[in-house]
Design a protein around this ligand. Structure first.
Ligand SMILES: Nc1ncnc2c1ncn2[C@@H]1O[C@H](COP(=O)(O)OP(=O)(O)OP(=O)(O)O)[C@@H](O)[C@H]1O
Ligand SMILES: [Mg+2]
Length: 579
């Protein structure tokens, strides 16, 4: 079941729907400049054809369509190809010949043509046995370019990549998912139709349509209709419950996209992050800049943040807490899947992910381990071109994006990040998350003890802080946030196993003696990370800017030692004392 967009006649007719304005503008420019081949990658063929129909009407162009099943036909029935030859033209070379004939024999007052190829990739791909299709299309594209044909050839298809021979002739553009205005129009007409043609009653909650529209952002029109129909099949009275159903449908679709995941952030909040004061303050200030009021004040929505640092120190955790505290949906983009997906190209996946994120904006796009899939800078053999191109596409989008998509990226192996990632204009800030200081460990322990329903007052918190830091573990070592959380968990298991009424300090001591901290196993790596961070990142915990910018006074404050040589945890205690 799809939206009956070609049915015409009722309020759902394409003419009545607001259409993706920026897309139409871009396409119009390309057609006006006689770009020979334009590839529009979309699953929404109907909606895309509606846009093309609007454009053709505005520019007074004739549109011919080709598909392997229907052959050639005109978009305007009055102009149609005689039925007898329509099917003969199912062959792609015959169709292109037919197109070329239209152009070369056109009447003087004709304003030119738009030719549309629907799903031609099986003929064009490098794997197709017959090279004639590729060649014929290339000849045609070259003719459009060199002989100033009044024509453009559009290719519409949800997937597929142009063969190399055609790469130079083709321009790829995005067809955006329906905008809020489009969805509102569509939702209104759907509800109208349901109300007048079926036994379904629509709740007279005045905010209902708006809630449905919010939930439907990010879906195609067909998907919206599908979700809504599903909701009314289950209940003939349409209420706000349908919102949940649409929302669940959306989660499924985001999942189906293969590279994005909806993350449930439940009851988390910024206060669940222990330490990282500077980072949390930075976020607190940014939270308000999403509002219309901030926009009115002239503030652009923040682009995003890159969090690097020692494993287990709360990077991923922070992403969830931020989303929960800002009450924005959190969608995770898996870079690994972008490169490894079996169907479609990496570039397509990236395009699709960006589109989906923009469509559900405002949201947080979480890219965990952004460096995943990037080639190793030294000694790498293989195709580094694709991954750099995909990352390039992403960075360009970051720089230019206007949709309120806040990018929350994390990186573990910072040496893999190409310098472009760090350039100004991309991320608003790069933060480094170090091992937690004693004050931070205290906070993290408090948070996680509370999370397992234990009152931190009942335990010797200071002793726990001591056992998890340099005093007990040795030179500049401390447990990470992940290790602290695991420590509590292990201690609980131990207490339970010995049949105790509750946790005792001895449970913690026992586990502590058995633990080899990550910081000890990876000392060298941590040292390198800190060195990198001192040049490139802002400390997420200490109220100092990049350490390379330390003022002499701060240097004295830190005991006169250079930042690199200090046990960093303790450094932060001095620089950012807890209240
Ligand atoms: N600052 C913190 N405050 C509260 N909990 C924390 C903190 N840091 C870590 N944790 C706990 O440790 C767990 C693991 O942390 P997280 O997954 O965020 O680490 P990470 O920095 O993303 O590590 P990795 O580099 O391995 O992905 C979290 O789920 C959380 O329970
Ligand atoms: Mg992580």
């Amino acid at each position: 079941m799809g939206p009956a967009m070609w049915g015409g006649g009722d309020s759902m007719a394409p003419e009545n729907m607001p259409m993706a304005e920026p897309f139409l503008g871009e396409l119009q420019n390309l057609v006006r400049a006689h770009y020979p081949l334009i590839h529009i990658s979309t699953h929404e063929e109907d909606r895309c054809l509606t846009a093309i129909r609007l454009l053709a009407a505005q520019m007074d162009k004739k549109v011919f369509l080709w598909s392997t099943s229907r052959g050639c036909h005109a978009m305007d029935p009055a102009e149609d190809v005689p039925a007898a030859s329509r099917y003969r033209l199912a062959d792609l070379t015959a169709a292109i010949e037919f197109f070329e004939k239209q152009v070369t024999t056109k009447a003087r007052d004709d304003n030119g043509f738009i030719f549309v190829l629907l799903d031609p990739f099986p003929y064009l791909s490098d794997r197709s046995i017959n090279p004639i299709y590729r060649r014929r299309l290339r000849d045609f594209a070259i003719s459009i370019r060199t002989k100033s044909y009044q024509a453009s050839c559009l290719v519409i298809s949800p997937t597929g990549e142009m063969p190399v021979e055609l790469e130079k002739e083709v321009t790829v553009i995005d067809f955006p998912l329906p905008s809020r205005a489009e969805i509102t129009g569509y939702m209104n007409s759907l509800l109208d139709r349901l109300g007048t043609r079926t036994a379904i009653t629509v709740d007279d909650d005045p905010g209902l349509t708006e809630k449905l529209v919010d939930a439907a952002l990010g879906l195609t029109l067909a998907e919206i209709e599908g979700a809504l129909v599903k909701a009314v099949v289950e209940d003939t009275h349409l209420t706000a419950e349908a919102v949940d159903k649409i929302f669940r449908q959306k989660q499924q679709i985001v999942r189906k996209s293969g590279v994005l995941d909806y993350i449930d952030t439940g009851s988390l909040a910024l206060s669940e992050i222990g330490g990282l004061k500077v980072f949390k303050e930075w976020l607190r200030i940014r939270a308000a800049t999403f509002s219309p009021k901030a926009r009115g004040f002239g503030i652009e929505a923040p682009k995003g943040v890159l969090l690097t640092g020692i494993p287990g120190c709360g990077k991923s955790w922070a992403a969830k807490c931020v989303a929960a505290s800002w009450r924005l949906p959190l969608v995770r983009l898996d870079m690994g899947k972008i490169y490894s997906a079996l169907i479609g190209s990496s570039e397509e996946h990236m395009r699709h992910a960006i589109q989906t994120a923009e469509a559900i904006a405002p949201c947080i796009l979480w890219i965990d381990e952004i460096e995943k899939g990037l080639p190793r800078p030294r000694g790498y053999i293989g195709d580094s071109g694709v991954s750099l191109r995909v990352l390039g596409k992403f960075l360009t989008w970051m720089q230019e994006k206007t949709a309120p998509v806040f990018v929350f990226a994390t990186a573990n192996q910072i040496d893999l990040l190409p310098p472009e990632v760090l350039r100004k204009g991309r991320f608003d800030e790069v933060f480094f998350v170090d091992l937690p200081s004693s004050a931070e460990r205290r906070e993290i322990l408090r948070i996680h003890l509370s999370r397992v329903g234990r009152d931190p007052q009942q335990l010797d918190l200071e002793e726990l802080v001591r056992l998890s830091g340099p005093e007990f573990l040795g030179d500049s070592l401390s447990l990470t946030g992940a290790e602290l959380a695991a420590w509590i968990n292990e201690a609980l298991i131990h207490a339970f196993d010995r049949g105790a009424d509750d946790l005792m300090m001895d449970d913690f001591r026992l586990i502590a003696r058995q633990t080899v901290p990550l910081a000890q196993m990876r000392q060298e790596e941590i040292r390198e990370m800190r060195e990198w961070a001192s040049m490139h990142a802002m400390d997420a915990s200490a109220a100092i800017h990049r350490r390379s910018q330390l003022t002499p006074e701060l240097g004295v404050l830190e005991g006169g030692a250079s930042a690199g040589g200090l046990p960093s945890g303790e450094l932060k205690d001095v620089a950012a004392p807890d209240p």
